[in-house]
Design a protein around this ligand. Sequence first.
Ligand SMILES: Nc1ncnc2c1ncn2[C@@H]1O[C@H](COP(=O)(O)OP(=O)(O)O)[C@@H](O)[C@H]1O
Ligand SMILES: CC(=O)N[C@@H](CCC(=O)OP(=O)(O)O)C(=O)O
Length: 298
Amino acid sequence: MNDHSPAPAMLAKTETLVEALPYLQKYAGQTFVVKYGGHAMGDPELAKDFAEDVVLLKAVGINPIVVHGGGPQIGSMLKRLNIQSEFVDGLRVTDAATAEVAEMVLGAINKEIAAWINRAGGTAVGISGKDAHLVTARKVTRTTRDPGSAIEREIDLGFVGEPETIDRRILDVMTGQNVIPVIAPIGVGSDGQTYNINADTMAGGIAAAVGAARLFLLTDVAGVLDKQKNLLTDLRPSDIAGLTEDGTISGGMIPKLETCVTAVTAGVDAAVILDGRVPHALLLEIFTRQGAGTLVRA
Ligand SMILES: Nc1ncnc2c1ncn2[C@@H]1O[C@H](COP(=O)(O)OP(=O)(O)O)[C@@H](O)[C@H]1O
Ligand SMILES: CC(=O)N[C@@H](CCC(=O)OP(=O)(O)O)C(=O)O
């Protein structure tokens, strides 16, 4: 090594930058929808890393759209208010009081995430699906069958919604002005009613509506795990029904995978479930060969 040879640590850094080149070229101009889950939000250091990743995406010509959750935070507030809460297939049964609390808590989280991104040097604006009629919602229904019975019974989830229409114009205006949209998973019904929408479902709907190239769902597990707790790195839509039926996936993973399937079926190239507890998980996934989490492709 002569005096001009870079130190090994320096070489590793330049290699990482050069490794990113094909991804930077491939993704410039594309839209990525990133869902930031309530479980991945706990640590301020991770929130700062997440915000930096989003700002970096924007700086290299990718259009990030952030959709956030807040399930655990809604749960804590309901507990403090002594309001009982129950979930059916990963969806929170939502009566009028719960809808009010969900909208309030998600509104506060929305502004916090936008603030993190703004502090990292981006220009983020926080909105909910109710703003500019971005997302109109219809009521979700679920059915169940009692053990041994062939009769399907409808379960009333209250004000739980799913996107019915998505008007992307406000998102186009924002991204056109270099603004990063941060979206809370709340929608409005045709009757003006507020609906609580699962954040994964919301992110998938937005990704499909804007023709996103990628959908990232950041959560608190490494990805989808099989029964032996091994990471399933690659899934196809046809794999999902089996994983649900044999109980491999449950709870919040159900809407997550349903979302991935809906998104890739609607034309999103790939949906990735990845571990939001890993610092800069998003950058590692997007700009390195390493890849992480579970990738769902059509
Ligand atoms: N097969 C599985 N692999 C990984 N996680 C699973 C699986 N089945 C159920 N889960 C649960 O899904 C959770 C992620 O969903 P959720 O709690 O809704 O997260 P988020 O708040 O990030 O959306 C995991 O923490 C885990 O408890
Ligand atoms: C209908 C429904 O379940 N809504 C969710 C909305 C928030 C959410 O989905 O947050 P996470 O992504 O952090 O779980 C709820 O009330 O918890």
